[in-house]
Design a protein around this ligand. Sequence first.
Ligand SMILES: Cc1ncc(COP(=O)(O)O)c(C=O)c1O
Length: 457
Amino acid sequence: MSELAILGGTPVRTTPFRSSVFIDDDERTLISEVLEKREFSRFMGSPTEDIEKQLIMPSAEAVDYKSQYFTFLGGRMIRQFEADFSKKFHSPFSITVNSCTSALSTALGACNIGPGDEVITTCMSFNATAMSILMFNAIPVFADISPANYCIDPDKIRMAITDRTKAIIVVHLLGFPAHMEEIMKIADEKGLYVIEDCAQAPGTEYQGQMVGTFGHFGAYSFQETKNFMTGEGGMLVTSRPDLARKARLIRNHGESVPDSTWTDTDLINIVGMNFRMTELTAALGIAQLRKMDENNRTRKENTFYLCEKISHLPDLGVPVYHDGIVPHVIPFVYKTPKGGPHRDIVLDALRAEGIPVGSGYQRLMCDNPVFTRKIAYGGHNCPWSCHLYNRKRDYDPSEFTVATDLLKNRFIWFYHIGKPNEKADMDDAAKAFIKVFQNLDDLKTLSAPKGPKKYKW
Ligand SMILES: Cc1ncc(COP(=O)(O)O)c(C=O)c1O
């Protein structure tokens, strides 16, 4: 008789893993300060005489800018968070927004991406990466990933470039840095903008340099499931004053700013968004940023410890990390042994042992009906039908063989590596992996669940 819990045995673990949302007195003090001062948003949306000065002011200077009570750059907490972020992430301009989705769209808008333009991105990311491209009516073009780091494959970028390509959105997936050296080389050769989606990789380094600082913009998410969080929220970083200027306008009702002295170029993509972050959110961000290094250290320690403990299992691929990588989620890879059970049965067996694991994203981004059916704005296939685009672009997920195989047959994602989870929790996870992988034969009698399975966090 097998002792696997899915077949009636005793589970390795019955207590849930703990939430990685980590709050202490730092957050409480700063939030109380906002409440006491009754300052919830000090953004002014209309122009003042010093508007041009404000728009290109580095975040380190803006923190002390006292032209008036309300500023175009926001209140005290906002400007403090931006200054702290700039220091930590080695980028002169940090621009808070209300999500990473807004950050990506703002970045594309600031790069003047618009109708008729193509933006190349990975086929494997959270939907927001691709959706952000539609915001300014550009056309997403997807490329397969590299099996080495699950990020966009530079060779596939080259193959996807057309005369309409204007930008690349690179995603540093699950904390792994993308191949930035090759990607920046391609972008320089072809004159393309590069936007780095760092939602899952705050603090990760590539060749000793922070991701998010290679391209024209880096975009971060502070949504609750991220490595550091403010509930919802996001940040854009750039080193270019002209791009920061435009991003700051897009964030803050840019439409109300221009007067007759502004050129037509100033008006492109200034469509009056409100992507502003609140003072309460920024207060949380300041406090969370202070503990980012400590939390990242725990993520690394837990990950390296767990990977080491189960690296001997012959049917399990364990990711290779170096010290510059801050893991977001660990993507183990099932090697699908000949005649062995399907990956989905292995997932169920691990879950039955009390280890919450996932198969990765439910589908590739290009498999979303918005793309397969090309219905975004109105009922006329806009933006694909735009006369400025005037070419055929279809989306076929089966083109992306590396990503498809990983999602359908191989990925086993483990999430609970953040503080306060610790080595004892990783020991449980390791025990369960060892138990299941040493008894794979016992699972052969079970059939794989049909359709996507809902996983309870
Ligand atoms: C890679 C990636 N990009 C973008 C986003 C969107 O972030 P937000 O929820 O802050 O808009 C996410 C969120 O899950 C993400 O994982």
